[in-house]
Design a protein around this ligand. Structure first.
Ligand code: NAP
Length: 269
């Protein structure tokens, strides 16, 4: 899609990947509706964008009642939409039994239910040709210890994206799934950063991830997995999951350590 003069709703614009993507989209000439919770951060982002007067911020907590209606109204006020990017997300790195029920609900709602509800409500406002991009994760295709809830949400988002794209075939709306690997943002706690260092996992800058997302939008790539060897591991896990079972079993004690779930806790009766 050519992005010049297109209207884009970007959720999670105040975050690491969101802010970098806002810069890319604004530089490509798009008009932005920038959602986040943190109004001062959104204001700073807006002030730093080229042609800042063309863009608008919407400070709203997506987990609050009425959030979707507020965003639909903002889109109507803008005269319609060409591109929706469901980017807002959260993650908690912890063993399932160590997570309070409220945290689990929070993650699944923000990472999966809200993109589904927002997409449903905005479909009638989306011009044809139109695009929806859902920001997933490598963990949407690889179940990883310490991330069972996050993996559930992102795998759900992947299934939603694929099914909806097939459902909308011929309608002029495409649904893209874009999956970064570990990226240097505040989404990842210090324990996750330490784990990635200990395991030698590669991490990307949000600016590089945003540039890849822009490219995926321009080329309308339906599925895009970032990073090597992650792209290979995604395919291996789909075809030969037992290989990944064995590899991750070897890492499991290290992962449990950084997740704050000592091994002795598991083996006690
Ligand atoms: N970082 C990674 O390693 C990584 C890897 C793969 C995929 N991803 C995915 O990339 C996307 C962006 O992540 P990021 O790394 O940029 O994270 P981030 O820096 O933590 O940003 C998260 C964004 O989501 C917004 N948000 C969080 N809770 C919200 C709520 N209840 N209502 C409305 N907005 C809310 C935040 O708003 P406030 O700033 O106002 O709180 C922020 O704009 C997520 O979907 C994430 O799952 C990230």
């Amino acid at each position: 899609m050519e992005l010049n003069d297109k209207t884009v709703l970007l959720t999670g614009a105040s975050g690491g990947i969101g802010a970098a993507l806002a810069q890319e989209l604004a530089a490509a000439g798009a008009r932005l509706l920038l959602q986040g919770r943190d109004r001062p951060r959104l204001n700073r982002l807006l002030a730093g964008l080229p042609d800042s007067g063309r863009h608008r911020i919407i400070a709203v907590d997506l987990l609050m009642p009425g959030a979707v209606d507020g965003l639909v109204q903002a889109v109507r006020d803008a005269g319609g939409l060409d591109l929706l990017i469901n980017n807002a997300g959260t993650s908690r790195f912890a063993w399932l039994e160590d997570q309070p029920a409220g945290d689990i609900h929070h993650q699944l709602t923000l990472n999966l239910t809200m993109p589904v509800l927002l997409t449903r409500s905005l479909l009638p406002c989306l011009r044809r040709p139109g695009l929806i991009m859902n920001i997933g994760s490598t963990f949407g295709a690889i179940g990883y210890p310490g991330y069972s809830v996050y993996c559930a949400g992102k795998a759900g988002l992947r299934g939603f994206s694929e099914a909806l794209d097939r459902e909308l075939a011929g309608s002029g709306v495409r649904v893209l799934y874009f999956a970064p690997r570990a990226t240097r943002t505040t989404l990842n706690s210090p324990q996750v950063v330490e784990l990635n260092t200990a395991l030698g996992n590669h991490t990307d800058s949000p600016e590089w991830v945003a540039a890849q997302a822009l490219q995926a939008l321009q080329k309308q790539q339906q599925r895009r997995w970032l990073g090597w060897p992650e792209r290979l591991l995604v395919r291996l896990n789909a075809l030969f999951p037992a290989l990944l079972d064995r590899a991750l079993a070897r890492q499991r004690a290290t992962i449990a350590h950084y997740a704050g779930h000592p091994a002795d806790k598991e083996i006690s009766p």
